[in-house]
Design a protein around this ligand. Sequence first.
Ligand SMILES: *[C@@H]1O[C@H](CO)[C@@H](O)[C@H](O)[C@H]1NC(C)=O
Ligand SMILES: *[C@@H]1O[C@H](CO)[C@@H](O)[C@H](O)[C@H]1NC(C)=O
Ligand SMILES: *[C@@H]1O[C@H](CO)[C@@H](O)[C@H](O)[C@H]1NC(C)=O
Ligand SMILES: *[C@@H]1O[C@H](CO)[C@@H](O)[C@H](O)[C@H]1NC(C)=O
Ligand SMILES: *[C@@H]1O[C@H](CO)[C@@H](O)[C@H](O)[C@H]1NC(C)=O
Ligand SMILES: *[C@@H]1O[C@H](CO)[C@@H](O)[C@H](O)[C@H]1NC(C)=O
Ligand SMILES: *[C@@H]1O[C@H](CO)[C@@H](O)[C@H](O)[C@H]1NC(C)=O
Ligand SMILES: *[C@@H]1O[C@H](CO)[C@@H](O)[C@H](O)[C@H]1NC(C)=O
Length: 487
Amino acid sequence: MLIIRSVIAILCLCYCCLQTLLEEEAHEEAIFLQIAQLLLLALSGGVKGIRGESDWQCKYSTGFSSTVRPHSVSILEFGAKGDGKTVNTLAFQNAIFYLRSFADKGGAQLYVPPGRWLTGSFNLTSHLTLFLERDAIILASQDSSHWPVIEPLPSYGRGIDLPGGRHRSLINGYELKDVVITGDNGTIDGQGAVWWEWFNSHSLNYSRPHLVELESSNDILISNLTFLNSPAWNIHTFYCSNVQVQNITVRAPSDSPYTNGIVPDSCSDVCIEACHISVGYDAIALKSGWDEYGIAYNRSTSNVHINRVNLQSSAGSALAFGSEMSGGISIIYAEQLHIFNSFSGIKIKTTRGRGGYIKDIVISDIVMENVHVALELTGQCEDHPDDHFDPDAFPIISGITLKNMIGSNITLAGNLIGIHQAPFTAICLSDISLSVTSEPSSSWVCSDVFGFSKSVFPEPCSDLQAPYSNSSLCLSLLYPTGHAEAL
Ligand SMILES: *[C@@H]1O[C@H](CO)[C@@H](O)[C@H](O)[C@H]1NC(C)=O
Ligand SMILES: *[C@@H]1O[C@H](CO)[C@@H](O)[C@H](O)[C@H]1NC(C)=O
Ligand SMILES: *[C@@H]1O[C@H](CO)[C@@H](O)[C@H](O)[C@H]1NC(C)=O
Ligand SMILES: *[C@@H]1O[C@H](CO)[C@@H](O)[C@H](O)[C@H]1NC(C)=O
Ligand SMILES: *[C@@H]1O[C@H](CO)[C@@H](O)[C@H](O)[C@H]1NC(C)=O
Ligand SMILES: *[C@@H]1O[C@H](CO)[C@@H](O)[C@H](O)[C@H]1NC(C)=O
Ligand SMILES: *[C@@H]1O[C@H](CO)[C@@H](O)[C@H](O)[C@H]1NC(C)=O
Ligand SMILES: *[C@@H]1O[C@H](CO)[C@@H](O)[C@H](O)[C@H]1NC(C)=O
């Protein structure tokens, strides 16, 4: 499978190159160079394909008592009606309340049979498995009064859309342990169209809710489900550890405003694997708090492994870091990414006032198709929670490694704009070959960034051309002792 995927990707790229060749003779030389580079990459095994499905990388599962619970009840036993009209919030709340008594008996499962189960916001409990059968659809209510308003997160100081409070998410967990949200490809549908309309017409009273939000919780597994049409983000884990997200599909329309896929926020030990995410804004976004609130809360996102994911972001980035990163983001491994039809491929976002850091990031084995900007680094995300940020709180961006990447139909290879007072350093690029539609000579834009490169086509700006032989910073990150095994 891995070889077939690589070969197809490469054949595809060569086909595109040849097509362009027929159209634009002027680029002939560059294109031949590129084909040669691609073949070289392929031969050297530089571009690894998608591994077999049995080859799971998420290995944190020690905290789970079991995914098969000794007790199971159906939501039907609590008077729920799967007709798509009856509001079942109370049935979900009562069922979860009842299942709390099984916490010290190995936990319990709440079974959701096929049907359309309309509900407002409800809470989970510890040692619980929420299981959605095939054709079971949890439908979010479109009545905003079914989504209670709660305080903003301490590390944000306000809601994401508006100052002040925010609507509680559809499915919530607070200070939980050992929670599994899974199924046989059941669906959680946020019916977000009303929220997008309220957002676009400025008629929200509070910030929009997410589909699933877990806060201060450990040992979380989310798998084998489809998430549709979230009002805002799909899965938001805040200050959690040991979070695994496996084999899920996430979709929201391309024009849905700021719909994000998976957002690990001030979390450690996170593994995201074999997921298909296609949303309006960032498909996977790693965050850790906003300006003075995030600096004071001081909880980083670290030890995250992302592996074998298909990502599409219409207006944002497939894989994003920040822009809220005031608690720091570090030790992130992302590999085997397929990024397509996106505005930006990989993006690091920050600004002065954020403080914090983004460092020790290794992203490898990436295939990009139809992406406007392959790599973006920006120090100019000038949105602040309020006017009380410290303009002298400069973020540190350093130790960002990108290797083994091929791309076709890319407009701009890189747009890298650092911060003058705090340049981005140790940006390490190797074995990258992009078929760009802009002039190769202008396809990298850089300022206040410094780094190393080898075998990068088109040739990056001079500030990124320090020789790799000098790049001890890059290499030490690739093989940090102990980390690869731990992940
Ligand atoms: C849900 O959990 C929150 C936070 O713990 C709590 O304030 C709220 O009352 C809970 N709601 C229900 C219906 O249990
Ligand atoms: C992934 O989920 C689908 C249902 O959505 C299921 O049919 C398939 O077996 C799952 N794959 C793995 C490897 O768990
Ligand atoms: C899972 O369900 C979604 C939505 O119903 C569907 O689009 C997708 O094809 C299903 N996946 C599998 C593996 O059955
Ligand atoms: C905002 O508040 C007004 C006044 O209470 C209410 O009529 C309206 O439905 C609210 N809008 C939303 C989106 O909740
Ligand atoms: C997903 O579903 C497949 C097929 O039923 C099952 O073998 C696998 O254990 C499930 N994975 C997770 C992580 O729930
Ligand atoms: C943030 O926490 C780290 C340890 O996790 C500590 O070393 C650092 O001093 C803290 N920073 C602030 C500003 O409190
Ligand atoms: C190239 O990518 C752009 C998006 O950046 C897309 O609009 C366009 O259709 C793609 N062209 C081809 C030939 O796929
Ligand atoms: C490479 O490292 C050597 C010795 O550490 C140093 O003298 C030289 O200036 C460096 N070259 C570049 C281009 O950074």
